[in-house]
Design a protein around this ligand. Structure first.
Ligand SMILES: Cc1cc2nc3c(=O)[nH]c(=O)nc-3n(C[C@H](O)[C@H](O)[C@H](O)COP(=O)(O)O)c2cc1C
Ligand code: SF4
Length: 451
């Protein structure tokens, strides 16, 4: 379970530069696609690979590409989503920083497949220094003839622009991203129409995550069928996971989808186990996905070992499961306070709500206030049901999924850790000390997950 397709050369000195990247086999996918394949054949390989979008939702990439409208005389665009604002997620930054040419190569091959002559990287403002690394790589690629006019003498033209955003989480949502790229405020658009039909400047557009586009390189090099052999079921290939929290070995790891959750968290190849205390909970896919108690992270609803795949992690729905999401993995030990963590997440969503929908605008602020008072020893027992009620009214009632992203952490925290919320109400003096669980950990009694 240790094969690497994207990060194979991560530690090679000089891999940031074109010369070393080429020496390690870089830009082979461009040569293969442009010289020997048709755009349709490249799309077909991506379909065969079973690759699913690595930005969080896991939508099949080949299918998304085949939805791209192709009205004659209208330009098409590829937009790479490098906003990466999901708390806990830092794998795209690692990939762009370490191996920038992998993204540029993936963009050339993907743009060729989509019939795009202009592609954009939309990168969050806080990653300004990474945008400089990318620009350097683009300049090197252009100077070597991999970009610009008549690439490899094949008649295919492509330019790539890097656009730095101002650092707003909502600009990672694909339609808000397109608004921002057009120079407007990053408010999500109502869908349909989807970007594949009316995207950037109202032209057909594919928006893909950094890791998704990088994965096109090994898919074209080795063939979609080879890629599909890795993984389990509909979770094919490898996935980058950014692991943090109370583990011995935080970092960015490339796993073959299908490794067991137990192995991922406990083996020295990856997280290396907990940092000397008891494990309490896991958020495996970035702050917006449901938190699950450690024992549910290890086993599915049927008691089988849980696997790091889209399906296995969500097994049992929200009662026992969670999501692979963006791969922003975070582990909590027993000294961590789930109420404080939920309050922190909610503060974030309140701050990042664009304000267009009342349930999101008002609900995130209301939840934040209630969580603040529970965490600070000023909560009432009925506040817990109030929180449950507010989150329920946000989920599914908003223009974009930021509303759901704000509701799920609250719902799952109450679903699985209600005792901890009640403890806060019962022991206001104890929880007024911000390190309340350090000396006296809160021990949760495993029970069936119902509210
Ligand atoms: C609030 C919000 C923030 C998002 N942030 C990101 C992000 O930072 N990067 C990303 O690739 N996708 C993000 N997404 C998902 C994108 O809307 C879109 O689904 C994704 O870029 C598609 O790429 P993929 O198919 O390659 O996963 C976000 C979605 C929402 C609702
Ligand atoms: S759900 Fe929130 S962030 Fe999304 S459009 Fe509505 S108000 Fe804006």
């Amino acid at each position: 379970m240790g094969r690497k397709l994207l990060l194979e050369h991560e530690n090679v000195p000089g891999i940031q530069g074109l010369e070393v990247y080429r020496a390690k086999g870089g830009y082979r996918s461009v040569e293969k696609a442009l010289r020997t394949m048709s755009p349709e054949a490249v799309v077909e390989e991506v379909k065969k690979s079973g690759l699913r979008g690595r930005g969080g939702a896991g939508f099949p990439t080949g299918m998304k590409w085949s939805f791209l409208a192709k009205p004659p005389g209208v330009p098409r665009y590829l937009v790479v989503n490098a906003d990466e604002s999901e708390p806990g997620t830092f794998k795209d930054r690692y990939l762009m920083e370490r191996i920038p040419h992998l993204l540029i190569e993936g963009m050339i091959t993907s743009s060729f497949a989509l019939g795009a002559n202009l592609a954009f990287i939309y990168i969050r403002g806080e990653y300004f220094y990474v945008s400089r690394i990318l620009e350097r790589a683009i300049d090197e690629a252009r100077a070597a003839g991999w970009l610009g006019r008549n690439i490899l003498g094949t008649g295919y033209d492509l330019e790539i622009h890097v656009q730095v955003g101002a650092g707003a989480y909502i600009c990672g949502e694909e339609t808000a991203l397109l608004e921002s790229l057009e120079g407007k405020r990053g408010n999500p658009r109502i869908k349909p129409p989807f970007p594949a039909v009316k995207g950037l400047y109202e032209c057909p557009t594919v928006v893909n995550n950094v890791e998704t586009i990088a994965a096109v390189v090994p898919i074209v090099n080795d063939g979609g069928e080879e890629y599909a052999k890795i993984g389990v079921g509909r979770s094919t290939g490898t996935k980058l996971i950014s692991a943090g929290g109370n583990i011995r070995r935080p970092g960015v790891y490339e796993i073959e989808l299908g490794v067991s959750c137990d192995e991922f968290i406990n083996s020295d190849q990856w997280c290396g186990g907990v940092d000397g205390r008891a494990f309490k909970a896991v958020v495996p896919g970035g702050s917006s996905v449901p938190i699950v108690p450690y024992e549910l992270f290890l086993r599915t609803a049927a008691g089988e070992p849980r696997l790091m795949t889209y399906e296995s992690l969500s097994d049992g729905g929200f009662a026992t499961g969670t999501m692979l999401g963006s791969g922003g993995f975070y582990a909590y030990n027993d000294a961590q306070c789930i109420v404080r963590s939920t309050w922190n997440h909610t503060r974030f969503y309140r701050h990042e709500s664009c304000g267009q929908c009342s349930p999101c605008r008002e609900g995130t602020g209301w939840m934040e206030k209630v969580l603040h008072r529970i965490e600070h020893g000023e909560g009432r027992m009925e506040d817990i049901d109030l929180l449950w009620d507010i989150q329920r009214r946000i989920e599914g009632n908003t223009i974009c999924p930021l509303g759901d992203a704000a509701a799920w952490p609250v719902a799952s925290a109450i679903r699985h850790f209600r005792d901890e919320f009640e403890f806060h109400v019962r022991h206001p003096q104890k929880v007024k000390d911000p390190r309340h669980f350090e000396k006296e950990p809160f021990v949760r009694k495993p029970k069936p997950a119902t509210v």
